[in-house]
Design a protein around this ligand. Structure first.
Ligand code: NBP
Length: 484
C-alpha cells in the first residue's frame, strides 16, 4: 500500500498542477484530484509520472489517502465551486482536519467559510497564492489566514514551497484570522494594478512626448531595473519592449484595451467602504475601464479634436530622470495607500496584521516583488505602528527628493494632453496628505447650510458641534441622522 500523503490538492488546472509538482519537489507526498476525473489520469501519467504523486478518482479515495489531520487544498475557480467542494468534503472529514482554499476568493466569502467550517469541528485556511504558473512551480508568495490552530500543521508545507529571499526567508507567514489572508492578497492585486498602470503612463510619455521607440525605451527600463526600481514588473516591461515579431516590436501591434478579472475592483470597492483614500489603485481600475471603451474613444478622437499635440523641446535626459523619480514617488504613494487600507481593515475586522511580514511575503515570488519591498519591511520593523509609510524617515526623505519629478512629469503630461490618472492621483495625494488646512471648512459650511449637518470650529475643542442658521429662515435644529 502506498504511503499516506501529506496533503491532497483538488483542481488540476495551471495553479493546482504546478503547486503539486512544487510540493513533491520539496519532499511532500501529494494526492491529486479533479472534478473532471480524466485530468487526474492525464496528470499522473504525464507531468507527475515517476513522482511521489498519487491520483484519486473520488473524494472518498482522496480522503482515504491522507495522513491525519487531513489537509485538503482547493485550487479551483473562485466562487461557487469552492462552496460546492466544501459541502462534498465535510461529510468525509474528521474533527481537526483542514480545508484550504488557495484560489482568488473574495475575503468576505472566506470569513463566512471559516465560521461555517469551524462550526463543523474542522479547520479552514483561506490563502492568497501569487506568482502565476512559474511562481506556483518554483516558489510563490503565500498569504494564509483563517483558523490559527491550523497554521502549525500546514506551515512546513507552505513555507517549504514558498519563494525565498535574501537570507532564505520564506515569502509566507501567518497573516491573521478569518479572511485576513485573502484580504492581503486582494490588496496585493490592487497594488499590482497600480504598479502596472504607472508603468504604462510612463511608457506613453516616453513614446508620445519624447518620441522614443521600443528599443530606446527597452534600454531605459533595463537601466532602471538595475537601480531602486528593480522589480519583476519593470523587468518584464524591459523584455516586452525588446520582443520582436517579424523584426518589429510586438508591443506596437497589441490592441489597447485592458482586461480585468475583478480583484482590482474589489480593492477599490472595499477602500470606499472603509473610507480610505486609495486613489491611485482605484484610478488604475478606472483606467482599464476607459481603455476598454475603444470604439467610443476612436469616435471621440474625431470629434473632441481641441487639445494640445504632444511636443517636447526641453532636456530629454533630464526628463527621463524625472520620469524615473515620478515612477518611484508614485509607487511609494500607492503602497502607502495600500498599507493605510490594511491598517483600517485590521481595525474593522479585528485582525492583528504584521505589516513588515506582509512586505516580506511580497518581497519574492509574486507579481509585485521588488527590491523596494525590503525597504518597506524595514520601515514597519522599525515602527510597527507607523501610521503612513510616507512618514517613515527613509521614505519621507525619498518622497521629498522625488516629488518634484512627479510634479513636473504630471504637469508636462497635462500640458501635452497625455492622460496620467495614476501619476496625478499620486501627486494629489501627496499634496493633500501634507496640507494642514484643506478646503473642507467650506464643504462643512455647505453641508450645514443645506442639511443642518453641523461643523466643528478651529477656535473650539474637537467634538463640539455647531450649527448656523445661514439664511435666517431655518430653525435651530441640527441633523443627526441624515448623512450625505
Ligand atoms: P481555474 O480558475 O481555471 O479553475 C480550474 C479548476 O476549477 C479546474 O480544476 C476545474 O475543474 C475547476 N472547476 C471549475 Br472551472 N468549475 C467548477 C465547478 N463548478 N465545480 C468544481 N470545480 C470546478 O484554474 P487556475 O487558473 O489554476 O486557478 C485556480 C485558482 O487560483 C483560481 O481561484 C484562480 O483565481 C487562482 N489563481 C490563479 C492564478 C493564475 O495565474 N492562473 C494566480 C493566482 C491565483 P474541471 O477541470 O473539472 O473543469
Amino acid at each position: 500500500m502506498a504511503a499516506l500523503s501529506d496533503i491532497g490538492v483538488i483542481g488540476l488546472a495551471v495553479m493546482g498542477e504546478n503547486l503539486i509538482l512544487n510540493m513533491e519537489s520539496k519532499g511532500f507526498q501529494v494526492t491529486a484530484y479533479n472534478r473532471t476525473v480524466d485530468k487526474v489520469d492525464n496528470f499522473v501519467n504525464g507531468r507527475a509520472k515517476g513522482k511521489n504523486i498519487t491520483g484519486a478518482h473520488s473524494i472518498e479515495e482522496l480522503i482515504g489517502s491522507l495522513k491525519s489531520p487531513r489537509k485538503v487544498m482547493l485550487m479551483v475557480k473562485a466562487g461557487k465551486p469552492v462552496d460546492d467542494f466544501i459541502e462534498l468534503l465535510i461529510p468525509h472529514l474528521d474533527k481537526g482536519d483542514i480545508i484550504i482554499d488557495g484560489g482568488n476568493s473574495h475575503f468576505p466569502d472566506t470569513e463566512r467559510r471559516v465560521n461555517y467550517v469551524e462550526s463543523k469541528g474542522l479547520r479552514y485556511i483561506g490563502t492568497g497564492v501569487s506568482g502565476g504558473e512559474e511562481g506556483a512551480l518554483l516558489g510563490p508568495s503565500i498569504m494564509p489566514g483563517g483558523s490559527k490552530e491550523a497554521w502549525e500543521e500546514v506551515k512546513p508545507i507552505f513555507q517549504g514551497i514558498a519563494a525565498k529571499v535574501d537570507d532564505g526567508a520564506p515569502c509566507c507567514d501567518w497573516v491573521g484570522d478569518g479572511g485576513a489572508g485573502h484580504f492581503v492578497k486582494m490588496v496585493h492585486n490592487g497594488i499590482e494594478y497600480g504598479d502596472m498602470q504607472l508603468i504604462c503612463e510612463i511608457y506613453q510619455l516616453m513614446k508620445d512626448v519624447l518620441g522614443m521607440n521600443a528599443d530606446e525605451m527597452h534600454e531605459i527600463f533595463k537601466e532602471w531595473n538595475e537601480g531602486e526600481l528593480d522589480s519583476y514588473l519593470i523587468e518584464i516591461t524591459r523584455d516586452i519592449l525588446a520582443y520582436k515579431e517579424d523584426g518589429t516590436p510586438i508591443i506596437d501591434k497589441i490592441l489597447d484595451t485592458a482586461g480585468q478579472k475583478g480583484t482590482g475592483k474589489w480593492t477599490g470597492t472595499v477602500a470606499l467602504e472603509l473610507g480610505i483614500p486609495l486613489t491611485l489603485i482605484t484610478e488604475s481600475v478606472f483606467a482599464r475601464c476607459l481603455s476598454a471603451l475603444k470604439d467610443e474613444r476612436v469616435a471621440a478622437s474625431k470629434v473632441l479634436t481641441a487639445g494640445p499635440k504632444p511636443s517636447f523641446d526641453g532636456d530629454k535626459k533630464q526628463f527621463i530622470d524625472q520620469l524615473r523619480d515620478a515612477l518611484y514617488a508614485a509607487k511609494v504613494i500607492s503602497y502607502a495607500q495600500g498599507y493605510q487600507m490594511m491598517r483600517s481593515a485590521a481595525k474593522e475586522y479585528g485582525w492583528e496584521l504584521n505589516y513588515g511580514n506582509i512586505a516580506l511575503m511580497w518581497r519574492g515570488g509574486c507579481i509585485i516583488r521588488s527590491r523596494f519591498l525590503g525597504n518597506i519591511k524595514e520601515a514597519f520593523d522599525n515602527n510597527p505602528d507607523l501610521t503612513n509609510l510616507l512618514l517613515d524617515p527613509y521614505f519621507a526623505e525619498k518622497i521629498q527628493a522625488c516629488q518634484d519629478g512627479l510634479r513636473k512629469v504630471t504637469a508636462t503630461a497635462m500640458l501635452n494632453g497625455i492622460p496620467v490618472p495614476c501619476l496625478s492621483a499620486g501627486i494629489n495625494y501627496y499634496d493633500g496628505y501634507r496640507t494642514e488646512r484643506l478646503p473642507a471648512n467650506l464643504l462643512q459650511a455647505q453641508r450645514d447650510y443645506f442639511g443642518a449637518h453641523t461643523y466643528e470650529r478651529l477656535d473650539q475643542p474637537r467634538g463640539k458641534y455647531f450649527h448656523t442658521n445661514w439664511t435666517g429662515r431655518g430653525g435651530e435644529t441640527s441633523s443627526t441622522s441624515y448623512g450625505v
